[in-house]
Ligand binder design. Structure first.
Ligand code: TYD
Length: 215
């Protein structure tokens, strides 16, 4: 592998199986001898995890789309500078559960914030930093919500503020992720998240290895 690492992100709507797949991908790449760091957004560093509590917990606050977006970028700026870039400089593979594409999908396609505002923050707050490779786990909105609901019942989770929103919101999210992928074909790989867990893991693993070998 080259001295500069690789930054891989996984994206998708609620219940797309992203959390399972991200762990499987990390284990797969570690087995192949790579030095892997697994992280998430919002969060990933102590400061960004504090911002996460404001954004994700049900009682974290009722943020406007603009304020919410600024908080996501504040957390992201810390995450990139203090964790992601140093790890990449050491040649590591950094795998992140959600990144800026989630801001594009949720805050713009979902909550209606002007997409140009988000792109201006990408430039201002994080200097245009983007992943090398992004997997978009695509799932029908109703199927994803049903899975997410089951998951939260099981885990008795309180991190479900976004999952309370209506199905049309989730359909806009799905459309958003697909449009982001269409605009960024070099970076994004769409994965059909209604396949079996093993099939999804194999597709993600193969595509990741191919990208790593091309760096
Ligand atoms: P999390 O419990 O990690 O959700 P999931 O398991 O679906 O990844 O909570 C993160 C929530 O934050 C999720 O609903 C998506 C949302 N989010 C945004 O709205 N914008 C963003 O930029 C990011 C990173 C996440």
């Amino acid at each position: 592998m080259s001295s500069q690492g690789i930054f891989i992100t996984l994206e998708g709507g609620e219940g797309s199986g992203k959390s399972t797949q991200i762990k499987t991908l990390a284990a797969f790449l570690q087995d192949k001898g790579h030095d892997v760091i697994l992280t998430r957004e919002p969060g990933g560093t102590p400061e960004a995890e504090k911002i996460r509590e404001l954004l994700v917990n049900r009682d974290g606050g009722d943020w406007t789309p603009m304020a919410e977006t600024l908080l996501f970028f504040a957390a992201r700026a810390m995450h990139i500078e203090t964790l992601i870039k140093p790890a990449l400089a050491e040649g590591k593979i950094v795998i992140c559960d959600r990144f800026t594409d989630s801001t594009r999908a949720y805050q713009s396609y979902g909550h209606g914030l002007d997409p140009d505002i988000i792109e201006s923050y990408v430039q201002l707050a994080i200097a245009g930093f983007e992943p090398d490779l992004t997997f978009i786990l695509d799932i029908d909105a109703a199927a994803g919500l049903e899975r997410a609901g089951r998951r939260n019942t099981d885990a008795d989770s309180t991190e479900d503020r976004f999952e309370q929103m209506q199905i049309d919101f989730h359909e806009r999210l799905r459309q958003g992720f697909l449009e982001i992928a269409a605009r960024n074909p070099e970076r994004c790989v769409i994965i059909d998240a209604q396949q079996s867990i093993d099939e999804i893991a194999a597709q993600i693993g193969d595509a990741a290895l191919e990208r790593i070998s091309n760096v």
